[in-house]
Write a protein that binds this ligand. Sequence first.
Ligand SMILES: [Zn+2]
Length: 229
Amino acid sequence: MAERESRIPRSGRGFCRLGCLSLDFQFTASGVSRQCRIRSISHAAFESSHRSAQSLKSEGPRVWDEEPFDSITFHTAIEYLKESKPRILFISFGETDDWAHAGNYAEYLNAARRVDGYIKTLWETLQAMPEYQNKTTLIFSPDHGRGPGLESWKRHGKEIPDSKYIWMAFLGPDTPALGKRTNVEAVSQNQIAATLSALLGESYGQSVPRAGQPIADVLRQIIRPPETR
Ligand SMILES: [Zn+2]
């Protein structure tokens, strides 16, 4: 998610599935820096609510070496959101990927259903906070697709060509509500960072010239002339 106005300091943090990493977004005068610091979140950085989530993560049984369950990632992130009010928040959910690799379709569906609920909760939380209400965009996308067959759905990568297809969802005050769209000009994952930056009034292309361009349909209400609104 990204908050477009400037009352909140220009900072961000990511909550990722790889052991719950912290990722600070760096802004410069010329745009968003391509360099991000990644470090483990320490107990000292957390208030009591965060410490509870960290304890659950470190003390609970582990199915995967480096990844907590999505519930811990989500609730840690939502507490951080309420407490620190970052301008950008990145959350990475990993259970659907892990359960699919394990071939556990039932848990794959359960994980997807939980994430649906997390997105709803995140959006409702944002709309209940004056710092974010009606001026925050939610961007949601998988980082890769999966194979289409009874076996290949468990995998992705170069040997599974169909896994290159993904989808993206954008929800916010600068984006027209166009619903589910098909048969439109293809857009690519390498446009997401530029689109996020544009929503914040920054130019990602100035820092990363090879990156994709912002997605025009997402920004239509920003670039539309005022007299046509
Ligand atoms: Zn995977």
